[in-house]
Design a binder for this molecule. Structure first.
Ligand code: SAJ
Length: 423
């Protein structure tokens, strides 16, 4: 079966933070890749050889692949050997997964699928979604047989889930070197998926079934969320005891079997702050620890705000330097960022008590404030120097450049350091 499977071209549905770098890496391996997106600005940028997202080494690699004719972008898919779905899966108001983008992407490829095609879902999805993708295709293409869970017959359309696992900031390396988990709806789909990823992945391509692959991804991010929650809980315990949590953790981590993560102002980004809810939404009664960790981490920004309000109430503070806005250091990604939540909430709270504080936001990756803060009273974007001149320094994101600020620049300042770099 796999011996006959030839991978010459691929269509990637969704040119976001995952679809775009994945397309470039596949093109580098010699596949002809077409990326599909609803955003016309993204299409135009890609076809002009410009990279619409910030990621080390990606702009050069993208320009090269577009220049060689191996990568292009369009708004509608046409025929292809492989269709890779990499669209967002946000959650709705009640923390329920919103699968509408996955469904829309499936519906747009269904009419052009041909016998022998491989459909891979890379988007993070709740358990059972790959089976739904099969059913959506079957409903629109009764002329084709789709892979089915547990079936031994060779289907016309092979379907698998292969969750992405790359860390923003290290994508090009991790896309190639990380091990991959590939879960087909049936055996042939798993094997076809493994053969496909082996064309550009040097890590192991591990085969399993679709449900295990789906839960594997959710487990990885929930594991990290629970472990960050532990670090954040220790930070709160240390605050009450008057102990420096960073010193405590570095001492505890000297134990050969202890490896505590770092506390912080909360967990941001579009993955760890979202994916655990996909388990809770399916089986909330069983996912008690996962749910508790999520509550704890999502309550962290309020804890930081409380600390700042206490400091402002106790001291003469006219200005606050807020250092960093992105969801983590050295990236230009602001999705679910606790730093934005803190700055926005603080400016509102202090306005309510009539404190008239000058908020000096320092964020080296942007030239204008994000929309959440654009109309926030007293909040302005400024330089590192002006930020450091504020009465209270609030460290929110430990960008490399903030590590380089000499200790002498902080003398005499009130400091609230949520990242432990200015202790
Ligand atoms: N954070 C802490 N303390 C820590 C580590 C992180 O507070 O010790 C915070 C960060 O500041 C950030 C958030 O957690 O706000 C998430 O950052 P991250 O670097 O842990 O993870 P992401 O969201 O950038 O990427 C994660 C990765 N998953 C795991 O490490 C298990 C990545 O491999 C996944 O591909 C990605 O989610 C995804 O797309 O799912």
């Amino acid at each position: 079966m796999i011996k006959q499977f030839v991978f010459k071209n691929a269509t990637v549905m969704g040119l976001g933070y995952i679809g775009l770098p994945t397309s470039v890496v596949m093109a580098r391996a010699g596949l002809t890749v077409i990326g599909i997106d609803i955003n016309k600005a993204t299409i135009e940028a890609v076809n002009a050889g410009q990279c619409p997202i910030e990621e080390p080494e990606l702009p050069e690699a993208l320009a090269e692949m577009v220049g060689k004719g191996l990568f292009s972008a369009d708004t509608k898919p046409t025929g292809s050997d492989i269709f890779l779905i990499a669209v967002p899966t946000p959650f709705t108001g009640g923390y329920k997964p919103d699968l509408s983008y996955v469904e829309a992407a499936t519906q747009s490829i269904a009419p052009i699928l041909e016998k022998g095609n491989l459909v891979i879902v890379e988007s993070t999805i709740p358990v059972g979604t790959t089976e739904m993708v099969g059913r959506w295709i079957e409903a629109l293409r009764p002329d084709l047989s789709c892979a089915r869970r547990g079936s031994t017959a060779i289907p016309d359309i092979l379907i698998a889930h292969c969750p992405e696992r790359v860390l923003p900031g290290h994508m090009l390396k991790e896309l190639v070197e990380n091990d991959r988990v590939i879960g087909g709806l049936d055996g042939p789909s798993t094997e076809a998926g493994q053969a496909f990823y082996r064309t550009f992945v040097t890590g192991s391509c591990l085969g399993t079934d679709s449900r295990t692959a789906e839960l594997c991804k959710l487990t990885e991010n929930s594991f990290r969320d629970v472990n960050i929650a532990f670090a954040n809980e220790m930070a709160e315990i240390c605050d009450d005891f008057g102990i420096d949590v960073w010193e405590l953790i570095s001492l505890a981590n000297q134990h050969p079997r202890v490896d505590i993560l770092s506390p912080g102002p909360g967990v941001g980004g579009h993955c760890i702050a979202v994916d655990p809810w996909f388990i809770v939404a399916s089986l909330g009664d069983k996912a008690r620890l996962i749910r508790e960790a999520r509550w704890l981490n999502s309550g962290r920004p309020r804890q930081v705000v409380r600390k700042v309000l206490e400091t402002v109430a106790e001291h003469r503070i006219n200005s606050i330097g807020c250092f960093g806005l992105s969801y983590k250091p050295n990236v230009d990604d602001y999705r679910e960022s606790p730093a934005i939540e803190i700055t926005e909430y603080l400016s509102k709270e202090l306005q309510l008590v009539g404190a008239g504080i000058d908020f000096r936001v320092v964020e080296p990756f942007i030239s204008e404030l994000p929309h959440e803060l654009k109309h926030a009273r007293g909040v302005r974007l400024t330089t590192i120097d002006e930020g450091l001149d504020a009465d209270l320094l609030l460290m929110l994101v430990d960008h490399r450049v903030f590590h380089e600020i000499p200790a002498s620049r902080r003398i005499g300042k009130k400091i609230i350091d949520t990242r432990g770099i200015w202790r």
